[in-house]
Unconditional design. Structure first.
Length: 148
């Protein structure tokens, strides 16, 4: 019985092809920075970013910024939504929402349309909750971080 099965499998070997395998389409535009990666500079654009490592500079995105539990960030961040699970030293501006997870800490000012802080989260700075932020009317320009 098994000889018939193995024989059938051996005789159905496909011919090799020279065509490359099709690329899988990305279903998300998320950019992930791993725990052992350190980045310095400015990030701008549209899409989501998940920071698990280190970052120093500025982030200005139409999208969601997630600061993972192991992340160490020194940056002013402007985004649609910001979730903080690691450590951030800098100002946050979110047109939507800022979420501080139990392991998250922020040293800086926050401007947002909505904020939630879990038990254990830490925030050292001022909070401005503004309905205009929630409606997506974020002020533009390089000095927007200094007016908090």
């Amino acid at each position: 019985m098994f000889d018939k099965i193995w024989g059938a499998l051996e005789s159905t070997n496909p011919e090799p092809t020279t065509e490359p395998a099709p690329m899988m389409e990305m279903t998300t535009s998320a950019f992930v920075v791993g725990e052992k990666i350190q980045i310095r500079g400015d990030l701008t654009g549209e899409g989501d970013i998940h920071l698990m490592g280190g970052f120093r500079g500025t982030i200005d995105l139409v999208g969601t910024v997630v600061i993972g539990g192991s992340a160490q960030v020194e940056a002013d961040i402007a985004a649609t939504n910001i979730t903080v699970g690691g450590h951030v030293k800098g100002n946050l501006i979110a047109s939507g929402r800022v979420d501080l997870l139990p392991t998250g800490s922020v040293t800086g000012n926050v401007k947002t349309g909505s904020i939630a802080a879990a038990e254990g989260a830490s925030l050292k700075g001022e909070i401005e909750i503004n309905r205009r932020q929630a409606q997506g009317q974020i002020e533009e320009g390089p000095d927007r971080f200094s007016r908090t």
